[in-house]
Write a protein of this length. Structure first.
Length: 340
């Protein structure tokens, strides 16, 4: 396939609430014309893509041509042709979406697989770090507390960067001290398996908030959403919410250190998702980094591993574009995976 025939590309990052679409017009083009559509207002990804493309065609006029390749990053595990989103009513056949959009190629990948593929290409202005910024080389990992807890990695090979998708957020959460053991003991009274996602996520923050009150002998807190806990904790408007966030960060640091050791992610463990960026300075003032390194004899190993926070919420689109590039190795990629 010639370079000229491979474009344009359609890329999307699809979560439970919103679907973000972007456009790569040609070789060397950055991802542009980004639009966010509500998942609830569309029957599926094909319908949402059609609306996006119709709007784009109206803007571009005669300069518009249909996409040849597309990549959809979706918030669920992907195995086979049928895909059902975890926190959305969307369920679809990859082949049917490809045919409805008239594509030569459709790639459907997990959203954290896409985020992992974006890591080697992130710029300094898309990151915030405890110390020195990472040098993308070797093996990188990303964890992301959002609605759930995503975990993935990416490995540098002679043929380029290869993603390591997985379900690490469902691995068992380990305590680092007696206080955390008490938290997990209380949560195990309600859930047979206490995974990392059970507490380190949007669905987990309210449970952690409740657990802290219980083990500290306080009355049960009023029902609160993750958004309310983060907002009150960051503003220091509620002492219990702030304590919940600080405990959250400490537990997240311990989990991140375990991911670094498991994957050998010496190039960095990146923090994505929608929760931590909203914590702003509180995250960097927390025990996250101390707990990340607190692995006994391996502390010197982890002290050399950077833990940058991804501040760009559109990074997964770059990873989706990188997945197309990986299937078309003859094409130049340096700017095709940047966000305009």
């Amino acid at each position: 396939m010639s370079t000229g025939s491979a474009h344009p590309w359609l890329v999307a990052d699809i979560g439970g609430s919103n679907a973000r679409f972007g456009w790569v017009a040609g070789p060397g083009s950055a991802i542009a014309r980004i639009e966010t559509l509500a998942v609830a207002q569309h029957a599926g990804p094909a319908e949402a893509a059609h609306r996006y493309l119709a709007s784009l065609a109206g803007e571009l006029g005669d300069a518009y041509s249909p996409p040849r390749h597309a990549a959809l990053a979706v918030a669920t595990a992907v195995a086979g042709d049928q895909v059902s989103l975890t926190n959305s009513p969307w369920s679809f056949s990859c082949a049917a979406v490809r045919d409805r959009l008239g594509l030569e190629q459709l790639i459907v990948l997990n959203d954290f697989e896409a985020l992992a593929l974006s890591l080697p290409h992130l710029r300094a202005d898309q990151l915030r770090c405890h110390g020195a910024l990472p040098q993308a080389a070797g093996t990188l990992a990303v964890i992301g507390p959002g609605t759930g807890l995503g975990v993935a990695g990416v490995v540098q090979t002679a043929g380029g960067w290869v993603a390591l998708p997985g379900e690490g957020g469902h691995s068992t959460l380990a305590p680092a001290d007696d206080f955390e053991s008490e938290i997990l003991r209380w949560v195990r009274g309600r859930h047979e398996h206490v995974s990392a996602e059970r507490l380190l996520s949007g669905i987990g923050l309210p449970l952690l908030h409740e657990a802290l009150a219980a083990i500290e002998g306080r009355p049960p807190p009023p029902p609160s959403s993750a958004e309310q806990i983060v907002g009150a904790g960051v503003a220091d408007a509620d002492r219990e919410s702030r304590r919940t966030l600080l405990t959250f960060c400490a537990l997240l640091g311990g989990f991140a250190g375990s991911v670094a050791l498991t994957l050998g992610a010496r190039g960095g463990v990146y923090i994505g998702g929608g929760i931590v960026p909203r914590m702003a300075d509180l995250f960097f003032a927390s025990a996250f980094r101390d707990r990340f390194e607190a692995k006994g004899r391996l502390a010197p190993y982890l002290a050399q591993v950077p833990t940058p926070l991804i501040t760009d919420t559109l990074a997964a689109l770059a990873g989706a574009a990188a997945s197309i590039q990986g299937r078309l190795p003859a094409l130049p990629a340096a700017r095709a995976i940047e966000i305009a």
